[in-house]
Design a binder for this molecule. Sequence first.
Ligand code: ARG
Length: 587
Amino acid sequence: MTSVTSLSDSVQQHLSSALTAALPQAAGADPLLRRSDRADYQANGILALAKKEKANPRELATQVVSHVVTGEVIADVEVSGPGFLNVTVADGAIVRNLAARAADPEGRLGVPRAERPGTTVVDYAQPNVAKEMHVGHLRSAVIGDSVVQLLEFTGESVVRRHHIGDWGTQFGMLIQYLDEHPGELDHEASEVSGEEAMSNLDRLYKAARALFDSDEEFKTRARRRVVDLQAGDPHTLATWQKFVDESKIYFFSVFDKLDMEIRDADIVGESGYNDMLAETCRLLEESGVAVRSEGALCVFFDDVKGPDGNPVPLIVQKSDGGYGYAATDLSAIRDRVFRLKANTLLYVVDARQSLHFKMVFETARRAGWLGEDVTAHQLAFGTVLGADGKPFKTRAGETVRLVDLLDEAVDRAAAVVREKAQDLSEAEIAERGAQVGIGAVKYADLSTSANRDYKFDLDQMVSLNGDTSVYLQYAYARIQSILRKAGDVAPAAHPELELASAERALGLHVDAFAEAVADAAAEYAPHKLTAYLYQLASLYTTFYDKCPVLKAESPAQVENRLLLCDVTARTLHRGMALLGIRTPERL
Ligand code: ARG
């Protein structure tokens, strides 16, 4: 299945052929085409080629120009400066390109599918059992979800993994407590809301903690329970399962609020690798990658040292025999590489865990589990800051509950929608409020490069002006309103018409969608897509201000402009979907 060839690719092909005709030894050389302010595109590649061939760049450029076939695609090409080529494409080519996009039954908008796709495991949206979700979990979920959509759209096979924190010493305490106070979590899952599930867990956690801190005998019993858990004692596991199930009710309610599809089968938490831990340690020890040090199994690194200058090892097994976070992650790597046959492992995790991943990846490389064919990357994200520029906290200094934050975003957005709403019912205002509010939160997160910290500023996020999702959603809704008003008049291509400059600018930007998607997917950088979409909406606004659509000069021009509107809307819709953001038809 071939997708629509972008105009920039056609221009590129034309220039390459002309280049080869002018200079046969340059066959296959890249003319280095860019969008430009001076013309539609500028090609800068002749300069380097001329240098290589010891030719005069302006002369070479002039020769190339003489071989360019102008007409259908390229209207005009000129030499500029020391040997650049300025290319103007034909208005008709822009219109035909739009028509091809509108006609593509798969709606890929020019984005090709990878010829040789690989398998990428994306580790994201990984909250912790029996704990409240906070803004850090928001970032992993939002960025991870967008990267998954981007990769899948380009044809990559993606395996999603939600590496939830469901294993570890605190469970001994929780399980022991629940065992001694039975019945507290016995109910049908469907009877409990996410909020209730969380408050059940919170109550149990606090009660267990209080007993643990005040009762030495309980403490001893709790410690014994951790051992039972790791050894797989069935009764202990059954009680542990209740905590996991209760937590999942809560997680799913939050993911639902986030308008994000998380599948149960993709939740493979730390506990999922329990059976592999001993073998992981054995393999590391036998190969000499890990060594015993004061009873613990450790991996050392030349460049990882503590403040005292002593090496800080990665501890794979503690001296008491217990396994921690590193053992689980190393086992997960073996599972993902050897069983899931991944080529790429991607971890969407807070930058504060970068040292952990650096050591884990290096250990896996030394063990031969990672190498040239299989690589691992941490897509490290920065901290969410409050208005004061400090890590986001409540007034009382506590971490902010994610649910409260989302609810507030939805409330603010509903107020904005209500103010602008003309013919919306209360139910519609509520629905749009959720789509706008959640979109605003996601967009704000995705539109700065992930490794940077960003300020959580709801006023800015739901603002109608500026680089916000609402601005894009309004652009989309405005187009839909025009298309509705057009009634029976359908979009249609009229390549014979001359285009206004605002039309050309918009049409050429629509053409660049594939490039934006490819860059964002290849670099795991959704912010490259948000930047593209924001510009798309801005160019649409300019077009809308300058070029009447339904009141254009002729019926043909009306149809032609409707086509531009339609394809712009499709591109906005598809692009926003790749960010996990809805585009309501009416706002
Ligand atoms: N549950 C962890 C946390 O909340 C994140 C897990 C990240 N993924 C991993 N494979 N270690 O910090």
